[in-house]
Design a protein around this ligand. Structure first.
Ligand SMILES: [Zn+2]
Length: 229
């Protein structure tokens, strides 16, 4: 009972801080990064992600903005500073590999980060509706989807069901990479960046300097992310 009251008081306290604007104004001073702190420019957003990945790769993650105060802060609105378009792979979780917090990233995931109109629409949501300044397309080492697609294309066999759609989406990268799977992963990532950049909704935002689209590669061996484009 006492514990329940304590929890309730703690929660009310947090709600009071948020409604009073203290977390937004003085959050940084208390080590609680608020919404006001969101990187507004594309290069700032990339620097934040790069720094987070540096911590992750060095086994020095700080898991920022993942506490009760942050949950309360973002419960009614969100201002994520990046869209991460990445593979479904269980080892490439965006908030972990970029050491980011709740409300920081919009995550769009598909096998080998392949694009179709539904996926592209989800990617566009951030910049168009929320003013998100950065999109990162993240490929990764030893991608199972790319490896399986390369094998199917090499053997000229079809995968069952909708899996074949993934293979077809990767065909252009396969042709350019001439059978080299790691090269195919990188080419597929760069091609996805080019395709998104050409999008009707995104191209004008890029031209005005309000948005950047970065292609990057995650190493399973080192945990490091390298920029490709
Ligand atoms: Zn993958």
């Amino acid at each position: 009972m006492t514990q329940k009251i304590m929890n309730r008081r703690t929660m009310l306290g947090v709600a009071g801080l948020v409604s009073g604007g203290l977390l937004l104004d003085g959050g940084a001073a208390h080590g609680l990064a608020g919404l006001a702190r969101r990187p507004a420019a594309p290069d700032q957003a990339w620097a934040e992600l790069r720094e987070g990945n540096r911590r992750w790769a060095a086994d020095a993650a700080i898991h920022p903005r993942q506490d009760l105060a942050r949950r309360a802060e973002v419960s009614r609105r969100q201002e994520p500073y990046a869209v991460v378009v990445s593979c479904i792979d269980s080892r490439v979780a965006p908030e972990l590999v970029f050491d980011a917090g709740l409300g920081d990233l919009l995550g769009v995931r598909s096998a080998a980060q392949t694009l179709d109109p539904l996926v592209s629409g989800a990617v566009e949501y951030g910049p168009v509706e929320l003013g998100t300044p950065l999109i990162v397309v993240l490929g990764h080492q030893r991608c199972g989807a790319v490896t399986a697609a390369a094998h199917a294309l090499h053997e000229d066999t079809a995968l069952p069901g909708d899996l074949q759609r993934i293979v077809e989406a990767l065909r252009p990268a396969y042709k350019s990479a001439r059978g080299d799977v790691d090269k195919m992963i990188r080419i597929n990532t760069v091609q996805a960046v080019a395709r998104l950049k050409a999008g009707k909704l995104l191209a004008p935002r890029i031209a005005r300097g309000r948005l950047k689209i970065v292609g990057a590669y995650y190493s399973l061996d080192t945990g490091q992310i390298t920029r490709l484009v």
